[in-house]
Design a protein around this ligand. Structure first.
Ligand SMILES: CC(C)(COP(=O)(O)OP(=O)(O)OC[C@H]1O[C@@H](n2cnc3c(N)ncnc32)[C@H](O)[C@@H]1OP(=O)(O)O)[C@@H](O)C(=O)NCCC(=O)NCCS
Length: 444
């Protein structure tokens, strides 16, 4: 690649990131990574990326784990600690090792965030990190006869203090440790701390930087997006599996909990992918699994602001003759008939409903899904939504005109009918040259 091409690629990449930069500014993201990440040679890259998010105006709360470091400390002291329900039983005499390990990890992170040598990505970053007694804990207690001693649960998150620090553009760093009103120290699961913090802060995103490759489907393919019922179905199916999926199960469980608690988006990204955080947040499709609280990702009625986005989506399809040409003026008039699916500020699908009261018939028009997002059921989602709207308006049948998508409609309960069957107003506009086929579906 020559210099000019390199410049073009750079400029075009930067421009494509611009909408995400605008969208994420001022938002609160809670990011969790395990103690394994801190040990890895790629850790400075992750820290650079986190510092960059801060420079781009993201309010950052970091939660770190320290499992391998605690294990190492205990090993050094020749202490074997027991596990039950995948949780460490922390005896009183283990606590000095836990405190030492967690303290060391926290200092390592702080030191990395303090770097600022010239000619490094951290040059000029000057990140201010704050840690503190933000997490109140209580004992996890006795389960099935096992006393977990100093292993604890999150009781309360001091959101006011955290928010104050975020307001001052500080990065808040939280360790998997909690304090109680009795003055005790508890060993907590970092995933729980991150999840409870995200819920308490009403964070815009909770991001789990995972050790494995993400949530995969039956054939080992990465699942890019799951809504809450899908995440729950995955957990039901894989819940009984042993070790292999344990991290994914635990993170997905927490993701579902966060969604139920009001966090709109939870990302599970792999630490194995260099720059996964930036790819996930500043490109359209990311590299990990997004768990969303919504059933229909971004499906909503259109507004006048969507006209540009809809035109961008449908213009190429109009050129190909798949859709009838619509002028901007016409779109402006019809915009409130449109339903759209928006993803990260881009309109990726649309459809419109027009009703003919006299004939109690409704038209499904301008159904389009952006090429990159087809074959994931979005066409179906839109059609079902339009059908639902038509039913709500007491329409008796739904019809559509198509030139190249006949089978798609046939497979969804439509049958071919004659142009003569169209409502009078529509018939008068029927374009015989276009020679579209008419498909109808009764609405019971
Ligand atoms: C038709 C369209 C809306 C479907 O969107 P989508 O989100 O991919 O739809 P779904 O995911 O629900 O359905 C995908 C299925 O439809 C099939 N399909 C897509 N286009 C088709 C066509 N022209 N004819 C028949 N089947 C088609 C796919 O092969 C896939 O089938 P599979 O499940 O057996 O693999 C989309 O392909 C599109 O925008 N096409 C261009 C515009 C257009 O033709 N609009 C209709 C105007 S009347």
């Amino acid at each position: 690649m020559d210099k000019k091409q390199q410049n073009n690629t750079h400029v075009s990449w930067f421009r494509q990131s611009a909408p995400y930069i605008h969208a994420h500014r001022g938002r609160t993201f809670v990011i969790l990574f395990g103690g394994e990440a801190v040990e890895h040679s790629g850790f400075p890259h992750l820290i650079n990326d986190i510092a960059l998010l801060g420079s781009l105006g993201v309010r950052i709360v970091l939660v770190h784990g320290a499992r391998p470091q605690i294990k190492q400390q205990l090993d050094t002291l020749n202490i074997q600690s027991a596990f039950s329900d995948n949780m460490r039983v922390t005896l009183n005499e283990h606590m000095p090792a836990v405190e030492q390990a967690v303290g060391q990890v926290r200092m390592r992170i702080e030191s990395q965030l303090s770097m600022g040598l010239p000619n490094t990505p951290m040059a000029g970053a000057s990140v201010r990190v704050v840690s503190g007694n933000f997490v109140t804990a209580r004992p996890y207690g006795i389960h099935n006869g096992v006393d977990f001693c100093q292993t604890g649960n999150v009781r309360k998150i001091d959101t006011e203090a955290i928010n104050q620090h975020l307001e001052n553009s500080n990065v808040v760093l939280i360790s998997p440790i909690g304090y109680s009103s009795t003055g005790e120290i508890f060993n907590l699961r970092a995933e729980d701390v991150a999840t409870e913090t995200a819920i308490a802060l009403n964070a815009d995103k909770l991001i789990f930087v995972m050790e494995n490759n993400g949530v995969t489907g039956n054939d080992g393919e990465l699942l890019q997006q799951l809504n809450l019922p899908e995440a729950q179905a995955w957990l039901k199916k894989h819940g009984s599996e042993e070790q292999e999926n344990q991290e994914t199960q635990s993170h997905l469980n927490n993701a579902a909990r966060a969604c139920r608690g009001g966090v709109r988006r939870v990302h599970l990204i792999s630490r194995q992918v260099d720059g996964a955080l930036l790819l996930e947040l500043y490109t359209r499709d990311g590299t990990g699994t997004l768990v969303t609280a919504e059933n229909y990702e971004g499906l909503r009625m259109a507004t006048i602001e969507d006209i540009g986005g809809i035109m961008e989506l449908i213009s190429p399809l109009e050129e190909q003759g798949l859709l009838v040409k619509r002028s901007r003026e016409q779109l402006e008039l019809d915009i409130y008939n449109f339903t759209v699916i928006e993803r990260d500020g881009m309109i990726i699908a649309c459809a419109a409903l027009f009703t003919f009261a006299e004939e109690e018939a409704a038209e499904l028009a301008c159904l389009a899904v952006h090429h990159d997002y087809q074959e994931h059921g979005r066409g179906d989602d839109l059609m079902q939504h339009i059908e639902w709207q038509a039913r709500k308006k007491h329409m008796k049948k739904l019809f559509t005109l198509t030139t190249q998508t006949m089978h798609w409609f046939l497979e969804r309960g439509f049958v071919e009918c004659a142009a003569d069957d169209l409502p009078i107003e529509k018939k008068s506009l029927y374009n015989y040259q276009r020679n579209s086929k008419v498909f109808c579906k009764p609405l019971h």
